[in-house]
Ligand binder design. Structure first.
Ligand SMILES: NC(=O)c1ccc[n+]([C@@H]2O[C@H](COP(=O)([O-])OP(=O)(O)OC[C@H]3O[C@@H](n4cnc5c(N)ncnc54)[C@H](OP(=O)(O)O)[C@@H]3O)[C@@H](O)[C@H]2O)c1
Length: 333
């Protein structure tokens, strides 16, 4: 059997992860048993949950994460040789996989459907978990209506860039909040956002009041912290908030105190709901079919920030947390 390489946690993360917190180890793979498959990673995903799932960061453990892999060998009729599969078995270049899910919080391997001439890596982005997050987290929680004003932060990232474009497709006015002038330019000039705000240089409250003088109807929150505070204070009566993530705190050991939301929630009769995208697992393919169609029609655009080389996975991960990615961050193995 071939050997595999895996990214292992070398020391506990303290604040922002460092390159020295990771090491690469080699591993002899075991022979396939009935029902198992041998997979070779083609793209590895770097995602914020790899930082926020701190309970899984034991020193010596393989870094958690998703990948899209080709099936090199198979003793399973369901998973034939040559097909591609998305799996959550961690940052490894080769893996013997038992396709039966091992734990409740691990998604089972998903065979990649025929996506025609679209790149395979999209099954980790717009046609994968982040795309499903944007689609269901926006449409099934906030129910945006034509003419409404939608605000999304982390707007130039994997989830945020899709949220804003879906809101545009649904006829909404879209305001994005992101961390650089380059991102703001991309959102406005290429993705068609109506307004975009660089939270690192602008007064977000003032810019939001100018962009949405009548208030915000829908808020898709990827960031939490100060940005949550500012946007909720600009909501309109009857507004809906989808709580998707709070990346502004993932590197912090102490979470910030919750802002005083009661006044806004009660006075403006807001509705707020947190979600995990796995809630809609059985329906992800429905979202991918519709979004692939939007891509082909030119209504939905995607961007990827690709890092070359399996060994550079930690660098890509740290870069994504620092905001170096435009669109989805992936590693080409
Ligand atoms: N609930 C779910 O099921 C679910 C599923 C997937 C993802 N999520 C969440 O969705 C969010 C976005 O995930 P993603 O995969 O699309 O990542 P992403 O946006 O592609 O990448 C992370 C981005 O976060 C921004 N960021 C980092 N530190 C920040 C800070 N202190 N303040 C504000 N922004 C900061 C950076 O952009 P800037 O340059 O703009 O700062 C960076 O590019 C995350 O919170 C993630 O945990 C939730």
């Amino acid at each position: 059997m071939p050997k595999a390489r895996k990214i292992v946690i070398a020391s506990q993360f303290e604040g922002e992860p460092k390159i020295t917190d990771f090491k690469i180890e080699a591993e002899e793979l075991r022979a396939l048993q009935d029902g198992q498959i041998l997979c070779e990673a083609e793209y590895i995903s770097v995602d914020p949950f790899q930082r926020s799932s701190t309970h899984k960061h034991k020193v010596g453990s393989t870094m958690v994460g998703a990948q899209v892999a080709r099936i090199l060998d198979s003793r399973s009729l369901e998973y034939p040789v040559g097909r591609h599969v998305v799996g959550y078995w961690g940052c490894r270049d080769r893996t013997v996989v038992d396709p039966t899910p091992a734990a409740d919080d691990i998604l089972p391997p998903m065979l990649v459907p025929d996506i025609g001439d679209l790149p395979l890596s999209l099954s980790l982005g717009v046609l994968g978990m982040p795309g499903a997050t944007a689609y269901f987290g926006l449409l099934h929680i906030c129910h945006p209506k034509p003419g409404e004003t939608v605000v999304v932060n982390g707007a130039a990232g994997a989830v945020g860039s899709i949220v804003g474009q879906i809101a545009r497709i649904k006829g909404c006015k879209v305001i994005g909040i992101a961390g650089s002038d380059l991102k703001v330019k991309w959102l406005k000039e290429e993705l068609g956002f109506d307004h975009a705000i660089n939270y690192k240089t602008a007064n977000v409250d003032k810019a939001l009041k100018e962009a949405a003088p009548g208030g915000v109807d829908v808020f898709f929150d990827n960031v939490g912290g100060e940005q949550f505070d500012v946007v909720i204070s600009n909501m309109r009566k009857g507004g809906r908030i989808s709580l998707c993530g709070f990346i502004s705190s993932y590197n912090e050991s102490k979470l910030p105190k919750m802002p005083a939301i009661h006044m806004h929630m009660i006075g403006r009769e807001l509705r707020m709901e947190g979600f995990m995208v796995s809630r809609w697992w059985g329906r992800w393919d429905q979202a991918f079919t519709e979004m692939a169609q939007w891509i082909r029609e030119g209504k939905l655009k995607y961007r990827e920030t690709v890092t070359e080389g399996f060994q550079n996975t930690p660098r890509a991960f740290i870069g994504m947390l620092r905001g170096e990615n435009l669109g989805k961050a992936v590693v080409k193995v």
